[in-house]
Write a protein that binds this ligand. Structure first.
Ligand SMILES: [Zn+2]
Length: 107
């Protein structure tokens, strides 16, 4: 692959490298979506390629604490793995309570 890149002239080399970074970044974002870290996945994928993809799985996933039992849960899961509560409804309730508190604070 390096030989093929060196055979190209400067403009096409730049286009090829940018395209590869974009592809690696997109795949990194896809892998990062499994751990709620899309942006970090895209960045690591674009800058480091396959090494960045591997690094992504060594970094802690961005889980949220369950509002009912404080266990670690992914924000897209339907139910908390520990207490089986409706996670989507509980997270929505917490965020609307935070918004109400912020509004009350502002007044
Ligand atoms: Zn829970």
């Amino acid at each position: 692959m390096i030989d093929a890149l060196l055979a190209l002239d400067a403009t096409w080399r730049l286009i090829a490298v940018t395209g590869l970074m974009l592809l690696f970044g997109l795949f990194g974002a896809f892998l990062g979506s499994f751990r709620n870290r899309k942006l970090l996945g895209a960045l690591l994928g674009a800058l480091l390629g396959p090494v960045g993809w591997l690094l992504l799985f060594l970094i802690q996933p961005a889980y949220v604490p369950c509002p009912e039992c404080n266990a670690r849960a992914h924000p897209r899961w339907a139910r908390c793995p520990a207490c089986q509560c409706d996670l989507q409804r509980a997270l929505q309730r917490v965020s609307s309570a935070q918004q109400r508190a912020a509004r009350a604070d502002w007044r």
